[in-house]
Design a protein around this ligand. Structure first.
Ligand SMILES: Cc1cc2nc3c(=O)[nH]c(=O)nc-3n(C[C@H](O)[C@H](O)[C@H](O)COP(=O)(O)OP(=O)(O)OC[C@H]3O[C@@H](n4cnc5c(N)ncnc54)[C@H](O)[C@@H]3O)c2cc1C
Length: 499
C-alpha cells in the first residue's frame, strides 16, 4: 500500500507545468483555476501548496486576514508558545535549584510572554504567505461562498467588493469554531468568561480559574495559568477527563495534574453563571441532578468543545449534506454530494487535529489530480502538551477489549529510564498494545517527558505494520527517553531489561 502511494506521489510531483494543461484540457469549461480552496488553515493551506506543487492552478480564499487558520492564529501555535514560556517559568521557580542553579526571586512579565507568543504567530503565518508566493498559490483575502459546482464567490476584506472565481474543483476547509455553552456566555473582551481564544490573551494572572471541560484544550490552557500561579479547578460533566483516551493513561494523567495543584469537580454540570465586577459566580450541580452549589472565580474558561464552521458557505443551496453535528458529509475520497466539491479537516468527521486536516488536504488534492490519495486513520497521533506530555496512537486497551481482539500489553516506567532519571524528570510510562497472534502493534500510549516527539516512533510502527519485537530489536541511542519505548516493546513480546 505504502509503495503504491509513494509511486503515485512521485508520478504526481513529476507532472510539472504541463500537468495543468493536461488536467484542464479534459474539461469542456474554461476554468480560471483547477482547485479553489476555501479556508487557509492547516488543511486548506497545505492542500493549496500541494496542489500547486503538482502543477494545478490553485487559489486559496481566507477571510481571517492571515493564513494558518485556527492552528497558527488562535490554536496549536499560540497555546504551545504559552505552554513553553510558562514551563520555563515553572521550571526556573520549582526545579532549577535541584540542579544547583540558584536564581533567587523570579517574576513573570506577562506582556513579554504575550509578545513572544505573537512573534511566533506572526512569523509562522507570514511564512505561509511566503510559501504561497513561492509555489504560485493565488491568495484571495475575503469570505468565500459556493455559487455552483464550479464557482466560488469572494467578498473581499479590503473593500467588500465581490469577485467570482471559476474553478474545476472546490475544496472546503473552513474548519471549526468554539461550541457555545448557553449558561456561560463567552465575552473575551470582558476577560471574565473566555473561550480558548480569550484564554490566550489573559492580561492578568488569575487567582482562581475555572476550566469548564476536562478535554485537551482546557487542560493545556489550565496548565499555562496554573504554572503562573492560578488555582485551577476543572469542572467536567463526565466521570473522567479526556474520556476517549486509554484509561490507564487518563488515571495517571489526572493524578499528575492533581499533584501539580489542579482541582477536579467530575460528574458536575454548570447551570448558571453571573458576572460580577470582580469575578464570576458559577452555579453547579451533579450531572445527574441534585443540590446546587455556587463558587466564585476570577476567570472562567469555557472549553467544552468545537463544532464545524460552515456559516454562509451556501451548502444547502447546492444539496451538500451535513450530519447532526454539522459536519459536512463526504465519501472516502472526501467528495461531497456534488462531485467537484470536496471537504476536509475540522469541518468533516474525525479528530479535530491540525495534522489530520493536513493529511486529508494532501490526499484530497491528489485524488482530484487522479492519484491515489489516502489517509490512514489508525495512525493519527494525539498529543496533550502539558508537562509531562501525553501522547497516543492507535487503539486503546478499552477499544481492543470491546472489539474482542486478543492482545499483549507491555509497560515501561520512565523511572527505570536512565535519561529520564538523569534529567530529573521521570514521571510516567510507555504502554504498548500488540495483537496476540501476530505481535503487530495496534496502539501505543505514553505519558512522560517528550511523549509528543516519541509517539512518532509508534506511528511509523503502525504505518508499516511493525511488530513489538521489530521495535524491541531496533537499536535505540543511549541514553535517550526513546529507550523506554524500546523496553515497553520488549515487555510486550518478552521481558524488558531495566525493569
Ligand atoms: C487552543 C487550541 C489548541 C489547539 N492545539 C492543537 C494542537 O496542539 N495540535 C493539533 O493538532 N490541533 C490543535 N488544535 C486544533 C487545530 O487547531 C485544528 O484541528 C486545525 O486548525 C483544523 O484545521 P482546518 O484547516 O480544518 O481548520 P482551521 O484551522 O479552523 O482553518 C479554517 C480557516 O477557514 C477560514 N474560513 C472559514 N470559513 C471561510 C469562508 N467562508 N471563506 C474564507 N475563509 C473561511 C477560517 O477563517 C479559518 O482560518 C487546537 C485548537 C485550539 C482552539
Amino acid at each position: 500500500m505504502l509503495a503504491a502511494r509513494l509511486s503515485s506521489r512521485r508520478a504526481a510531483s513529476s507532472l510539472g507545468a504541463n500537468s495543468t494543461r493536461a488536467f484542464t484540457s479534459t474539461s469542456p469549461i474554461m476554468e480560471q483555476f483547477d482547485v479553489t480552496v476555501v479556508g487557509g488553515g492547516p488543511g486548506g493551506y497545505v492542500a493549496a501548496i500541494k496542489a500547486s506543487q503538482m502543477g494545478l492552478k490553485t487559489a486559496c480564499v481566507e477571510m481571517r486576514g492571515s493564513l494558518g487558520g485556527t492552528c497558527l492564529n488562535v490554536g496549536c501555535i499560540p497555546s504551545k508558545a504559552l505552554l513553553q514560556s510558562s514551563h520555563h517559568f515553572h521550571d526556573a521557580k520549582e526545579h532549577f535549584a535541584d540542579h544547583g542553579i540558584n536564581i533567587g526571586d523570579i517574576s513573570m512579565d506577562l506582556d513579554k510572554m504575550q509578545d513572544a507568543k505573537s512573534k511566533s504567530v506572526d512569523g509562522l503565518t507570514g511564512g505561509i504567505e511566503y510559501l504561497f508566493k513561492k509555489y504560485g498559490v493565488e491568495y484571495y483575502k475575503g469570505k468565500g461562498s459556493l455559487k455552483g459546482p464550479n464557482s466560488v464567490s469572494v467578498v473581499k476584506n479590503e473593500d467588500g467588493a465581490t469577485e467570482e472565481i471559476d474553478t474545476k474543483n472546490i475544496l472546503i476547509a473552513t474548519g471549526s469554531e468554539v461550541t457555545p455553552l448557553p449558561p456561560v456566555p463567552v465575552d473575551n473582551d470582558g476577560q471574565k468568561i473566555v473561550d480558548s481564544t480569550g484564554a490566550l490573551e489573559i492580561k492578568k494572572i488569575p487567582g482562581k480559574m475555572a476550566v469548564i471541560g476536562g478535554g485537551v484544550i482546557g487542560l493545556e490552557m489550565g496548565s499555562v495559568w496554573s504554572r503562573l500561579g492560578a488555582e485551577v479547578t476543572v469542572i467536567e460533566f463526565l466521570d473522567k477527563i479526556c474520556p476517549s483516551m486509554d484509561q490507564e493513561l487518563t488515571k495517571k494523567f489526572q493524578t499528575t495534574l492533581k499533584k501539580q495543584g489542579f482541582k477536579f469537580k467530575l460528574k458536575t454540570k454548570v447551570t448558571k453563571s453571573e458576572v460580577e465586577a470582580d469575578g464570576v459566580v458559577l452555579t453547579t450541580e451533579p450531572s445527574k441532578g441534585g443540590d446546587e452549589k455556587t463558587e466564585k472565580y476570577d476567570i472562567v474558561l469555557v472549553a467544552t468543545g468545537r463544532r464545524p464552521y460552515t456559516e454562509g458557505l451556501g451548502l444547502e443551496e447546492l444539496g451538500i449534506q451535513t450530519d447532526k453535528l454539522g459536519r459536512i458529509e463526504v465519501d472516502e475520497h472526501f467528495r461531497t454530494a456534488v462531485p467537484s466539491i470536496y471537504a476536509i479537516g475540522d469541518c468533516i468527521d474525525g479528530p479535530m487535529l491540525a495534522h489530520k486536516a493536513e493529511e486529508e488536504g494532501i490526499a484530497a488534492v491528489e485524488i482530484m489530480a487522479g492519484f491515489a490519495g489516502h489517509v490512514n486513520y489508525d495512525a493519527i497521533p494525539g498529543v496533550i502538551y502539558t508537562y509531562p506530555e501525553v501522547a497516543s496512537v492507535g487503539k486503546t486497551e478499552e477499544e481492543l477489549k470491546e472489539a474482542g481482539i486478543a492482545y499483549n500489553k507491555g509497560n515501561f516506567p520512565f523511572s527505570a529510564n536512565s535519561r529520564a532519571r538523569a534529567n530529573g524528570s521521570s514521571e510516567g510510562f510507555v504502554k504498548v498494545l500488540a495483537e496476540k497472534d501476530t505481535d503487530r502493534i495496534l496502539g501505543a500510549h505514553i505519558i512522560g517527558p517528550n511523549a509528543g516527539e516519541m509517539i512518532s516512533e509508534a506511528v511509523i510502527a503502525i504505518e508499516y505494520g511493525a511488530s513489538s519485537e521489530d521495535l524491541a530489536r531496533t537499536c535505540h541511542a543511549h541514553p535517550t527517553l526513546s529507550e523506554a519505548f524500546k523496553e515497553a516493546c520488549m515487555d510486550t513480546y518478552d521481558k524488558p531489561i531495566h525493569f
